[in-house]
Design a protein around this ligand. Structure first.
Ligand code: R5P
Length: 300
């Protein structure tokens, strides 16, 4: 039997919990005057001896959202929960998934260890940056792919588009969406300066002349990656370029970069606790996909 705890970080968690017909136990959340965080399960008896699903997400304010998630998991365990599944559509810090430069931490492993050590038995996330981040939870982690839903929406605007990944890391994600819709996929060759963060591309001829393109990525942060990729594709003759990215952080003038690059539309999933208002942006609701994947994974 599963019961849901939904943190204010991820209000769409209420929709997912309802789609699954789960009981939802309310949580009281507050911040002390010194900005420390507090959560309390309002009816802890309803958590006792139950399998609990904690819905949260880790953007914006990643560190506070993570701490609040850990507090909720700890509270559930102390209230006598059996197993705890954390549903965290956006897993912050997942991009630092290895040592790129000497002296760095592996932030992604640390986040997973913190969740596990606090009592998370299973983890469900959406379009995680790289799957190997979940390897320390063998059989207990699920990565829900939604790039096909974003591409499905793009098909309302584009004719037989080519699905392009802005780098090799996003290629599998792009091809998954392409396969689902019977389309072709390819990728660009991106380099990122590990010190400055600047993105550059090695020219690679992809036959995009007179073709519509959907650029599929997991995250738009500063917009540098998809803006540069769009410029290259347009230079190579692409017609309309739609960006389909799961997690739209959109920091530091990202949308301006995308507009200037000539992006036709930006399609994002509702995985974050923030929605950006901009005429080019459309949000795609992934609650139904998340609910059906959770149902299979947990046997609800
Ligand atoms: C990196 O490999 C990711 O998949 C994204 O491409 C990257 O995080 C996007 O960042 P930005 O928008 O700052 O270029």
């Amino acid at each position: 039997m599963f019961t849901a705890l939904v943190l204010s970080e991820y209000s769409a968690g209420f929709d997912v919990a309802k789609l699954l017909g789960l009981e939802i136990v309310a949580i009281h959340e507050k911040e002390f005057p010194d900005e420390e965080l507090y959560v309390r399960i309002l009816e802890p008896d309803r958590v006792k001896s139950r399998n609990i699903i904690v819905f949260s997400t880790l953007y914006p304010k990643q560190e506070r959202a993570l701490l609040k998630t850990l507090l909720a998991v700890d509270a559930a365990k102390r209230a006598g929960a059996l197993e705890v599944t954390a549903v965290i559509p956006y897993l912050a810090y997942a991009r630092q998934d290895k040592l790129f430069l000497p002296g760095e931490p592996v932030s992604a492993s640390l986040i997973i260890e913190l969740l596990k050590n606090t009592g998370v038995n299973r983890l469900v996330t959406v379009d995680v940056h790289s799957l190997h981040v979940l390897e320390s939870l063998p059989g207990k982690a699920l990565n829900v792919m939604v790039s096909d839903l974003l591409v499905e929406h793009a098909l309302k605007y584009l004719v037989d588009p080519l699905i392009i990944a802005p780098d090799k890391g996003a290629y599998e994600r792009a091809c998954y969406a392409a396969r689902t819709h019977g389309l072709k996929c390819d990728y660009l060759i991106k380099q990122r300066d590990r010190i400055t963060g600047e993105v550059s591309y090695t020219p690679r001829e992809i036959s995009v002349s007179n073709r519509d393109v959907v650029l599929v990525d997991d995250i738009i942060s500063t917009g540098g990656t998809v803006a540069e990729a769009t410029k290259i594709l347009i230079t190579q003759g692409a017609r309309r370029v739609i960006v389909a990215a799961t997690h739209g952080l959109l920091v530091g003038g990202a949308m301006k970069k995308l507009e200037e690059a000539g992006v036709y539309r930006v399609l994002l999933a509702n995985t974050l606790n923030i929605k950006h208002a901009h005429p080019l942006i459309e949000y795609i609701d992934i609650s139904t996909r998340l609910a059906s994947e959770l149902k299979k994974f947990l046997g609800i």
